[in-house]
Design a protein around this ligand. Sequence first.
Ligand SMILES: NC(=O)c1ccc[n+]([C@@H]2O[C@H](COP(=O)([O-])OP(=O)(O)OC[C@H]3O[C@@H](n4cnc5c(N)ncnc54)[C@H](O)[C@@H]3O)[C@@H](O)[C@H]2O)c1
Length: 263
Amino acid sequence: MEIALKGKRTLITAGASGIGRVIADVFAENGARIHLCDIDEAALAKVRAERPEFGASVADVADPAAVDRLFDEALPRLGGLDILINNAGIAGPTKPFAEVTPEEFTRTMAVNLNSQFFCTRRAVAPLRAAGGGAIVNLSSVAGRFPMPLRTPYSTSKFAVCGFTSEAAYELGPDNIRVNAILPGAVEGPRLRNVLEKQAAAAGRTYDEWLPTVLSMISMRTMVSQRDIAEMALFLSSDAGRHVSGQLIAVCGNFEGYRRPGSP
Ligand SMILES: NC(=O)c1ccc[n+]([C@@H]2O[C@H](COP(=O)([O-])OP(=O)(O)OC[C@H]3O[C@@H](n4cnc5c(N)ncnc54)[C@H](O)[C@@H]3O)[C@@H](O)[C@H]2O)c1
């Protein structure tokens, strides 16, 4: 099985920390050349110090002008493009949807969905010029079933699945493969923050709520950032050469949320 990415020119959004940073490191371990972006300048400065061989641009990928500047920097530096990882995504608010403000809803959709459209439309020409390539979009298990009090997030992640299917259909004849990864409960501070808010809304503590969440996952497990990065590696590599248009969950089979208190 060929999973090496030997010299593959890879652009990763929101790559300065979290899952995106682990994807950058795993891809580099497997021979890829990396350009990443992030909205957080301090986190990017840390990446530049730790991995001077990575290209690193400041960009808010919800802003189409910033995405244009990002591609104008990344493409000449990489000398083209083989792989795009649309990783940027924010949690958005945790509250009943009638209390969500239009600004919160719009911002969550802009970062999680619009950014993938802005980046993918700029990636098409260089990927075609390369004779094909791979795009991996980060969705979530919340793109498959509703998540308590997370309407903007869940809506955006369902939309990412739709965008992925549509882009795979349109770009397949150009040998450009488009897939989505749906992570489940990924260990880390972001998940803890979300579960603490859900627990509070259910009148529980985090320690009381966590076993309830795990009981909804067939394998009773969280997943790691590296689990997500390794699926992105498979999908971007030659081993995944005939995989396109797929929505692949890495989640230990998260079955869906039950209402607090329900059996
Ligand atoms: N962590 C989880 O439990 C989990 C579960 C399912 C899906 N996901 C998805 O995986 C992806 C990565 O999640 P994560 O947990 O690593 O995220 P994170 O919250 O750790 O953030 C990672 C990076 O995104 C950057 N970022 C935020 N907004 C940005 C913007 N507008 N433009 C550019 N960069 C921006 C941040 O500065 C940060 O460096 C997201 O799409 C997320 O929705 C995560």
